[in-house]
Design a binder for this molecule. Sequence first.
Ligand SMILES: [Zn+2]
Length: 168
Amino acid sequence: MEFRFCPVCSGALISLASGPDHGRMACRRGHFVHYANPAITAFAFVERDNRYLVLRRNQEPYRGRWELPGGFVEQGETPAQSVRREICEETGLRVVEASIMGAYASRYGDNGKWTVDVAFHCRASDDELTLSAESAEAAWVSIEHMPLLAFAGERSAFQDFRQKLAAP
Ligand SMILES: [Zn+2]
């Protein structure tokens, strides 16, 4: 998102010419500096009997593409809390274990906002799903049959995950 006006005084933002925030857009009266920080997401490889859960997106961006369960981290949440909440909201599943795999940079859609995606490996205690409206369908797939995932962070995490599983 591009900020053009100060949210406090509605004055037009200017590009700061000096100082530690040099180059950032800011209010000339000092109310506001726009920091283009990424949003945090959390997603998971949810495992059940050597298969992994993928969801087909039912909304933009990337409607119709496959993704892993997950979503944006809310204020005050840890990524681990967030990924458990998102999995439950999207699928009804309770995950019994969650280990962090890594963190990746991505964008929410082509030219969308930048994100930092925290990837987890979880185990589900059962495989009965109650999908939310966010997903058109779900599938449990082996590593070999993992579809092309929608987001760059998911694809990077999948490469790492597959390498880790293949390591002796
Ligand atoms: Zn202002």
